[in-house]
Design a protein around this ligand. Structure first.
Ligand SMILES: [Ca+2]
Ligand SMILES: [Ca+2]
Length: 542
């Protein structure tokens, strides 16, 4: 529900799915970077590299994972549903693992994720690409123009930028050939802020790109090759930084990855704008609450909507564009039936609150939607949520991976953004019975809380999925599942829009044989353990 949300590095993150699935959908700034929780048991399983960094639809590939404690690791969850099976490899060190990866033929290209578990705990989510291109391994000695790695597009290359270095690739191109290149790095959680440049056979620059709108800091370029000959692609970091956290996947010669809008959750009325609707008298009728999906197929497109409102009613209009890869920014103008402006809104500032308005009279209203700079074309898509602007709140969690300690507990912080709802918020754990939080209420007016999650004494060992839900009090009480965009921003500080399918998902792990954690992990003075006999299901949201 927080969306967009500033993360610790000041970039914007967006929880599309969760934002749409719940009543909340506002633009909110986090109060402050969340203080790391001192006593959470760190995930023992960490994946630092995947080679190749992609699964291929309809094919099986073999991944080599590099990381920490990968012995006995198995994949407990993947999105989309991909088979990732360990290949027993006698003699392999625990820092490496081989996995056989099979993606369904129809899997959509884009970012996927998985989690590993070992008998010692579960990992954070790890990101990879679903990609239909074959992979060529990056050379380690191609950091000078004369050492450019020879490649044959269409192909993808997994590489890593080093400090103050440029990676060079060379391919043979034909005159009038349409050619595109893109780097997928930031979108997979890499620290690399990639820049790409293509030079022709004569050494002249044909195109250069640092950040492509809608792709965060990842670049993409498309050119028509002017002549037959050898072309050179350069990849570097915008600040010339580098190292193991600066990995990338370079896609050459294939159509760019789709920036199609993410699929929407069921249960919300989704309507598509229909042309012609460029004039106010052609407005599409919309019954709200709804999400309107639209696109600016050509420059200067303009979409008008019409809907009924009552005097005193407050509506909120939340725009979604760049969080799903669209380069568009929206400009909105709410008018009365005659076209007299009531309020205007521009998406130029990502930190801006969504547009909301309290109507002063009954009657039909109109909404004009434009691209901010009147741009258009393929991929200039948007979604616009229209809902009642009520009193509500947004919860955001510091953790999305909880390895429970010997007391069957783990700690986490909850940030609360109150949008007119200042009362107490009761907390519950959904997905498993008998789990609870202590304290289980965020007090009136409080905007943060440190809580302990408690598994019941008979909790089944192993990983499980849970959600944390907040319940307001009073007549028009709202309920909201907690977002985990803060946790994802901590794991991937450069990732501008964490995958929406991960938002709100928490994996908790109960050790088969709980082991007391070393005291050094806590900075607090020893306290009696929380009773493991917290009444089961006391606040189970059912
Ligand atoms: Ca860049
Ligand atoms: Ca239109």
């Amino acid at each position: 529900m927080t969306f967009p949300l500033k993360n610790a590095s000041g970039k914007t993150v967006c929880g599309f799915f969760a934002a749409l699935a719940l009543t909340a959908g506002g633009v909110v700034e986090a109060k402050s970077p969340v203080k790391p929780v001192d006593v959470v048991v760190p995930p023992p399983v960490v994946v630092s590299a995947i080679e190749p960094w992609a699964a291929v639809p309809g094919a099986t590939v073999e991944w080599t994972l590099t990381g920490k404690d990968l012995a006995e690791a198995r994949v407990i969850w993947s999105e989309p549903g991909i088979s990732i099976e360990p290949v027993p490899t006698p003699g392999m060190k625990s820092g490496k693992g081989i996995f056989k990866v099979t993606a369904p033929a129809g899997a959509a290209l884009g970012v996927g994720a998985f989690r590993l578990a070992t008998p010692r705990g579960v990992s954070n989510p790890t990101l990879f690409l679903i990609d239909n291109l074959p992979t060529a391994k990056g050379s380690v000695d191609h950091r000078a123009p004369e050492k450019a790695q020879r490649v044959t597009p269409p192909v993808a290359i997994d590489g890593q930028c080093e400090v103050e270095a440029i990676d060079y690739y060379r391919f043979h191109g034909k005159a009038r050939q349409e050619f595109s290149a893109e780097v997928v790095a930031q979108r997979l959680g890499s620290s690399l802020d990639a820049v790409i440049r293509i030079t022709g056979p004569d050494g002249r620059t044909l195109a250069e790109c640092d950040d492509m709108e809608g792709l965060g800091s990842d670049p993409r370029l498309s050119v028509t090759l002017p002549q037959d000959g050898d072309y050179t692609i350069e990849v570097r970091d915008a600040r010339y930084t580098g190292g193991p956290s600066h990995r990338y996947r370079l896609r050459l010669g294939a159509p760019p990855l789709s920036s199609a809008p993410a699929p929407l959750p069921p249960g919300i009325l989704v309507v598509a704008e229909t042309e012609p609707n460029d004039r106010i008298d052609q407005a599409n009728n919309v019954a709200w609450p709804a999400i309107v999906r639209g696109s600016f197929a050509a420059a200067k497109d303009r979409d008008w909507l019409a809907f009924d409102v009552k005097k005193g009613e407050s509506l909120r209009f939340t725009a979604f564009t760049q969080c799903f890869g669209s380069p568009a920014l929206l400009y909105l103008r709410l008018t009365d039936a005659a076209g007299q402006p009531l309020v205007e809104w521009s998406g130029a500032n990502p930190k801006q609150e969504p547009m909301s308005y309290t109507f002063k009279a009954d009657g039909p209203a109109r909404l004009m939607i434009e691209e901010l700079a009147r741009r258009g074309g393929k991929g200039y898509d948007y979604a616009l949520q229209i809902e009642r602007a009520g009193r509500d709140f947004i919860l955001n969690l510091s953790e999305n991976t909880l390895n429970l300690d010997a007391n069957l507990t783990a700690k986490l912080n909850i940030e609360v953004t109150r949008r007119g709802e200042n009362g107490p918020i009761r907390l519950s754990v959904e997905g498993q019975s008998g789990w609870s939080l202590s304290p289980d209420v965020i007090e009136k007016d409080k905007t943060s809380a440190e809580v302990t999650i408690n598994a019941p004494p008979d909790a089944k060992p192993g990983p499980c999925s849970i959600k944390i839900v907040g319940h307001g009090e009073g007549e028009r009480a709202t309920t909201a599942a907690a977002s985990t965009t803060l946790a994802m921003s901590r794991q991937w500080p450069s990732l501008r829009f964490p995958p929406s399918f991960l938002d709100g998902l928490i994996t908790a792990n109960v050790l088969a044989t709980p082991v007391k954690q070393p005291a050094a992990l806590t900075t607090e003075s020893p306290k009696p353990a929380e009773p493991a006999t917290t009444p089961a299901g006391k606040h189970d949201a059912k």
